[in-house]
Ligand binder design. Structure first.
Ligand SMILES: Nc1ncnc2c1ncn2[C@@H]1O[C@H](COS(=O)(=O)NC(=O)[C@@H](N)CS)[C@@H](O)[C@H]1O
Ligand SMILES: [Zn+2]
Length: 478
């Protein structure tokens, strides 16, 4: 075992849970040693990935939304207003009860999500139909006293990267269209992270408290379970009635507004790490990689010439906007390869005396390991197309894996025999009793009716046997 291997070794990815925990520290994503359960520290490298991921989210949202910022603390009287909503968060909310040594007049909730912080302000802001549609988002930390098993990036008590959009519309239909737009935006967002997602309409018992319906996007994780990586909720006028958000319609009438809200969190980064990584570590899609190209000088006789060529290549690639570094440390090449592969750098360039003689460099892809000689004369163009190829390959590989792990199932034992490996697509009569029974008998969750519904040519509900056209996705979930 050379010097490189002495570093903490990573379990094989097939032991996904151990691999996931190890990669977060070895690749310096998150430090899980913070002394409060469910709260974790972003290492600078991990934070740089987060910054790029959320820059993409802002780019997409800023097309039609405005970013704002609302307070973290919510007065108890506002928080307790929406019975249905609170019932959803009553047992997850943290309370601030003191200011210094004196008890507060009014207890303050730490936002678990911000409806009850934002909507009292919307009541003041929304006056007339001319103010609509209103499309505002914020990217903040939120707090949920999760009682289930907490997990870095997946189930936190402080959600550090909670993007929540809250929109206001004149009609139910406008809000329905916005809910569709939210799902389109999430699919585009995840496509930019090379992550394929399934969109489903959650069953009624699993929708957001206070919503008419919820559409969620789920990603398939390497252990065959799905991770809910985004949700969009049609809130109808439920919150408008509670918070008195009305607008003056064209005919002068005061009308309750209709609303949506849609959120993602750092689960997007959990999916990114988990879906694209391998036994050697992270594999980062180039667009969000803090470092896109690592240059390794292969030095024999004449170090100056090699190092100078490395610097020339670095500045040429930086001049076309790439994030490049030269690893001229005194580690052996093997140790360098190990380190940068662990950090998921999408492309390595090796430069030695032989390459210089051929006026070329050797590129090595992190996703496939494929080596390719690049002529210096075509450097920028060839490296750019390699980075694009890597992105497309990451997406198509993940998409193929997802498609190969959706299993058509007719009955309970079918579901049970497939559900540990991926997603079952199952006939369901739509009756909640049957749905809950289905979940009970399989130990899996109903993700919901596919958002682009797949209809069966008359299959039978596995519980009651009645004919149905409806198919639903089911899976074990995080
Ligand atoms: N404890 C948690 N840790 C990490 N991510 C979470 C946690 N709870 C929820 N999320 C993520 O946050 C997304 C939005 O949360 S939510 O409860 O479904 N929806 C809302 O809070 C709505 N107000 C939309 S902003 C979820 O789809 C899920 O991906
Ligand atoms: Zn049934």
């Amino acid at each position: 075992m050379g010097e490189a291997e002495k570093e903490k070794s990573l379990p094989e990815k097939k032991n996904f849970s151990e691999w996931y925990n190890e990669i977060l520290s070895v690749a310096e994503i998150m430090d899980v040693r913070y002394p409060v359960k469910g709260l974790y520290v972003w290492f600078p490298f991990g934070f740089s990935i987060r910054k790029r991921v959320y820059n993409i989210m802002r780019e997409l949202l800023d097309r039609e939304h405005q970013e704002a910022l609302f307070p973290l603390l919510i007065p108890e009287n506002e928080f307790m207003k929406e019975a249905e909503h609170i019932k959803g968060f009553e047992d997850e909310v943290y309370w601030v009860t003191n200011g210094g040594t004196s008890p507060l007049e009014v207890n303050l909730a730490l936002r678990p999500t911000s409806e009850t912080a934002i909507y009292p302000m919307y009541r003041i802001w929304v006056r007339s139909h001319a103010d609509l549609p209103m499309k505002i988002y914020q990217i903040v930390n939120t707090f949920r006293y999760e009682t289930k098993h907490t997990r870095p990036l997946i189930r936190l008590r402080e959600i550090t990267s909670f993007k929540e959009a809250h929109t206001v519309h004149a009609t139910w239909e406008d809000a329905a269209e916005q809910t569709e737009e939210a799902i389109r935006l999430y699919k585009e967002f995840y496509r930019r992270l090379a992550i394929p997602v399934l969109a489903s309409r959650r069953p009624d018992w699993d929708k957001f408290p206070g919503a008419d319906y919820t559409i969620a996007v789920d990603a398939l994780m390497p252990d065959g379970r799905t991770l809910q990586v985004g949700t969009a909720h049609h809130l109808a006028d439920n919150f408008a009635k509670t918070f008195d958000i009305k607008y003056e319609a064209l005919d002068g009438e005061q009308v309750y507004a209709h609303q949506t809200c849609y959120g993602i969190s750092e689960r997007s980064i959990a999916a990114l790490i988990s879906i694209h990584g391998d036994d050697k570590g992270l594999i980062l899609p180039p667009e969000i990689a803090p470092l896109q190209v690592i240059i390794i000088p292969i030095i024999f006789k004449n170090p100056e010439e090699v190092l100078q060529t490395c610097k020339d290549v670095k500045s040429r690639l930086e001049s076309v906007g790439m994030r490049v570094q030269i690893d001229d440390s005194d580690k052996r090449p093997g140790a360098k390869y190990y380190k940068w592969e662990m950090k998921g750098v999408p492309l390595r360039i090796e430069i030695g005396p032989r390459d210089i003689k051929q006026k070329a460099v050797m590129s090595v892809r992190r996703d496939t390991g494929e080596k390719k000689n690049i002529q210096l004369s075509n450097l920028e163009r060839d490296i750019e197309s390699l980075l694009r190829e890597i992105h497309e390959n990451l997406y198509s590989t993940a998409n193929e894996k997802l498609e190969n792990h959706i299993f058509k199932c007719e009955n309970i034992e079918d579901i049970c025999s497939h559900i540990t490996r991926g997603i079952a697509i199952v006939p369901w009569c739509g009756d909640n009793k049957c749905g809950l029974e289905l979940e009970d008998q399989t130990g899996a969750g109903i993700l919901g009716v596919p958002h682009s519904p797949k209809c069966s040519n008359g299959a039978k509900c596995p519980i009651c046997g009645s004919q149905t056209q409806t198919l639903v996705y089911m899976s074990k979930t995080y």
